[in-house]
Design a protein around this ligand. Sequence first.
Ligand SMILES: [Zn+2]
Length: 145
Amino acid sequence: MPLTVQKIENGTVIDHIAYGAGSQVLQVLSSHYPISKMGALILNAPSKKFGRKDIVKIEGVFLEEMVANRISLIAPDATMNIIKGGKVVDKYHVELPSSIVGVVKCPNPKCITNLERAQTTFSQVKGGHLRCRHCERLFRPLELA
Ligand SMILES: [Zn+2]
C-alpha cells in the first residue's frame, strides 16, 4: 500500500522517531502548542534503521529549543525538518542538551523541586544519564520524558 504523505506548507516534520513513540511526542507538543487546531499527524513508516518509525508533522509550528529538548528525551534520534513554503529550509538532529532547566519534573517524589515547586535542573552525565541538581539522583532520559 503506498504511503500517503500529507504535505505541509509551513511547519515542522519530526522524522526518525522510534515506532510507537510518536503519540508521546505529540503529547509533549500539545502541552506547548494548540496543535489540535493546526493539524498534526503521525505516520508509521518503514525505516532502515528501526524497521518501522513514526513521523510527526505539524502545520504552523516551529519548535522552541525548550520543546525540542523535551522531544530529545523521548526521541533521541529524531530529525527536525523545518518547512517553509512547502520546502525543507532547515534540518537538524535533536540533541540531548548538557543541561535541562525548568522543562521537566523530577521523578523523585521526595525531591525538593516537587515539594516546593522549585525549578528543576538536570545535567547530563557520562553514559547519557541525567542528574537532578537538587536530589542528585540519576535518571535515564526516557524517565524524564
Ligand atoms: Zn530531584
